[in-house]
Design a protein around this ligand. Structure first.
Ligand SMILES: [Zn+2]
Length: 251
């Protein structure tokens, strides 16, 4: 029984920031929304919150009707490349996805259900954009094939950054959201051009993460101590940026 539970837990942790990371990031965003934006978002989400919908884009991944969105969660880039020099994926990537969601949400002729669908995707993808292993190399599937040990157990570099480090602290999403660094600059006025800078900034962490780790390394508390600060900074930044995007759209 315990093995089965462990197996299911491992399966669930295969994708994305993990629910705690996504939810903490959305919780941070909720601190910085204007009243106008809050009201509009409430209306569109019809009783749900940006926290409760933040994992929707992952939840629908198991449903093959949504296969065309599979590649929207990540970018594959060489470590020495900037996004503007990379060959864009024909199937889309998280940068293309965010721009599509923005285009759609900015258009006038939109049904209520489309509005809610693309808003949910947008909230999730801003989160994915701030997880460095979502902008990893193609050949190892963003670190999913960089096999390492996490406190002696089999894991991989992608999963360490999605969930292992965060889960190691055993905090709820709201505890994590309350235990982030103090933001330095509260005012972010969102412009579309910012997106590419955000990609390249996250990617600078990706480069360092790959360079610090070799296959079969046994990562544990030392790795956690050295890197969790980056996770906290990116969740804070991602959350504040998500708020800036939502204020731009709905205020
Ligand atoms: Zn995702």
């Amino acid at each position: 029984m315990r093995l089965l539970v462990f197996f299911i837990a491992s399966l669930l942790s295969l994708t994305n920031w993990g629910s705690t990371g996504h939810r903490a990031l959305a919780e941070v965003a909720s601190f910085y929304l204007t009243e106008n934006a809050k009201n509009k978002i409430n209306e569109i989400l019809d009783g749900e919150t940006i926290v409760t919908v933040s994992m929707y884009a992952d939840d629908i991944r198991s449903d093959n009707r949504y296969d065309k969105y599979y590649d929207w969660h990540f970018i594959n880039m060489e470590l020495d490349e900037d996004y503007e020099d990379a060959v864009p994926s024909e199937k889309g990537d998280v940068f293309i996805a965010i721009n599509k969601c923005l285009d759609i949400l900015e258009s006038d002729s939109l049904t209520d259900s489309d509005k809610s669908f693309y808003l949910k995707l947008l909230i999730h993808f801003i989160g994915d954009l701030h997880q460095p292993m979502h902008i990893g190399r193609y050949e190892d599937r963003g670190g999913n094939r960089v096999y390492v040990k996490w406190f002696g157990r089999n894991s991989n570099l992608h999963r360490v950054w999605d969930s292992e480090m965060i889960n190691g602290y055993n905090m709820s999403y709201s505890e994590l959201a309350k235990n982030l660094p103090t933001p330095e600059n509260l005012e972010i006025e969102f412009e579309r051009d910012d997106l590419i800078d955000w990609v390249n900034e996250t990617h600078s962490y990706t480069r360092k993460i790959y360079n610090d780790v070799s296959i079969d390394d046994n990562l544990g508390y030392e790795y956690q101590y050295q890197n969790f600060q980056i996770v906290r900074e990116l969740i804070l930044k991602g959350g504040m940026r998500l708020a800036s995007v939502l204020n731009y759209l709905f205020d």
